[in-house]
Design a protein around this ligand. Structure first.
Ligand code: ATP
Ligand code: MG
Length: 419
């Protein structure tokens, strides 16, 4: 019997990969526009890095990590997220010494032992950014604006930005106490996970999807009513800068995020189109993480987006890539000329497909259809004799005679008139 792949680990096949490349290229283009540089860090890290940064009482560390002991007896983990490794590297290489502000992005596979379903896998991919060294809320607004900009460049305007503030070490403990008091009388209605987390992480009940937890937490005190002066001002200024950047948002005081290191600003990009896998991207500020991991006491903020979920949204929009031109030909001489033209056009940056094997014209046209080429050009003896051929715009159904010079054809395909 043939060996199959592992459950939750997906192959990304050639047709799919085009969409992935489109997402990755768009991210690079947009992030670099905002002055971010790529960083590449390993997939494997010491287990303690994640335990210490993400937090022991989180879903990820409690039950989702791919951890093992290697042949040398070291406890290692396949990264479940990107921030910890990037910050580890930032500290290890003292990047703050050469530049007080680091704006970094990364992309690659992450690993979590979760129940596989649509939009949720065991190997999945994130594109993320981290900024170290800025506490001013201008940067909060900037990274959220950049995230929204990225989605609109992909033609995805539906996912909506939700923001919240989780307060800081000053004000959150008091809020946590207050919430615990509120939940005490409602404990029996909480799900087992939230009951267990009641002492260590009661905030999680606020965004738990279980019906009982939703019911029990209705009317719970809001974190936004319990921010200290500094956090309240930071949140208000973040909102002001989002507005001045023209970035729309909703406030969601129940968004708590599943990682312990967040302080103040947290945010998600939420879609209504992927069922319960509604978060396409998520992030927040982490003002103590860098210090707690042994680095300088400087603030940070970042987000990560799930590439699989973005690709699912692109599918719904009917995303496809299509070649610029399909050259059909009949006769050997025309086939040779088609090859010459194709080679030149590709050098000019035009994507071209042709039939390599001299099939019937009818079968070539079927192939042109399948490729959904934007333009077709038919070459036969007549066309060779005349030195021109009809280039047909398949979307508009119009055609024009164009001289068989690569530059002319390229210009027509690019929207010029070819003369
Ligand atoms: P969720 O609430 O869906 O479990 P999360 O809070 O665990 O998400 P983060 O850890 O913040 O998500 O990761 C950021 C993004 O990575 C998510 O918004 C999502 O798009 C994606 N993501 C997280 N886990 C998975 C997974 N198992 N499979 C596919 N994508 C994922
Ligand atoms: Mg999760």
């Amino acid at each position: 019997m043939a060996i199959t792949g592992i459950k939750g680990f997906n192959d990304i096949l050639p047709g799919e990969v085009r969409k992935w490349q489109h997402v990755e290229q768009t991210a690079r283009r947009v992030f670099e526009l905002y002055g971010f540089s790529e960083i590449r860090v390993p997939i494997l890290e010491k287990t303690e890095l994640f335990a210490r940064s993400i937090g022991d009482a989180t879903d990820i560390v409690e039950k989702e990590m791919y951890s093992f002991t290697d042949k040398g007896g070291n406890n290692v983990t396949m990264r479940p997220e990107g921030t910890a490794g990037v910050i580890r590297s930032f500290i290890e290489h003292k990047l703050h010494v050469s530049d007080p502000v680091a704006k970094l992005y990364y992309m690659g596979p992450m690993f979590r032992y979760e129940r596989p379903q649509k939009g949720r896998y065991r190997q999945f991919h994130q594109i993320g950014v981290e900024v170290a060294g800025v506490s001013d809320p201008k940067i909060d607004a900037q990274v959220q604006t950049m995230l929204c900009h990225f989605f609109s460049e992909l033609g995805l305007d539906e996912p909506r930005l939700q923001i919240n503030s989780l307060g800081c070490h000053e004000c959150r403990p008091a809020y946590r106490r207050k919430l615990r008091e509120f939940l005490r009388e409602r404990l029996d209605r909480l799900c087992d996970d939230c009951k267990r987390r009641y002492e260590t992480n009661p905030l999680r009940a606020l965004d738990c999807k279980a019906a009982g937890c939703k019911e029990a937490t209705a009317g719970a005190p809001s974190v936004l009513d319990h921010l200290c002066e500094g956090c309240a001002e930071h949140f208000a200024r973040t909102r002001g800068y989002l507005e001045s950047a023209g970035t729309g948002y909703d406030i969601n005081p129940r968004m708590v995020r599943g990682l312990d290191y967040y302080t103040r600003t947290t945010f998600e990009l939420v879609t209504g189109l992927l069922g319960s896998q509604s978060a396409v991207a998520a992030g927040g500020r982490y003002d103590h993480l860098i210090g707690e991991l042994g680095g300088p006491a400087i603030p940070g903020i970042g987000f990560a987006l799930g590439v699989e979920r973005v690709v699912l949204l692109l599918d719904r929009e009917g995303f496809s890539t299509r070649p610029d031109l399909f050259i059909a030909c009949h006769g050997e001489a025309a086939g040779d000329e088609a090859f010459r033209l194709m080679s030149r056009l590709q050098r000019l940056g035009v994507s071209v497909e042709m039939d390599y094997e001299g099939k019937s014209l009818k079968s070539q046209m079927r192939r042109a259809d399948k490729f959904n080429a934007r333009f077709t050009l038919i070459l036969g003896e007549d066309e060779l004799g005349r030195g021109t051929a009809a280039v047909k715009d398949m979307d508009r159904g119009v055609q024009q005679d164009v001289s068989l010079q690569p530059e002319r054809i390229a210009s027509v395909v690019r929207g010029g008139d070819g003369s």
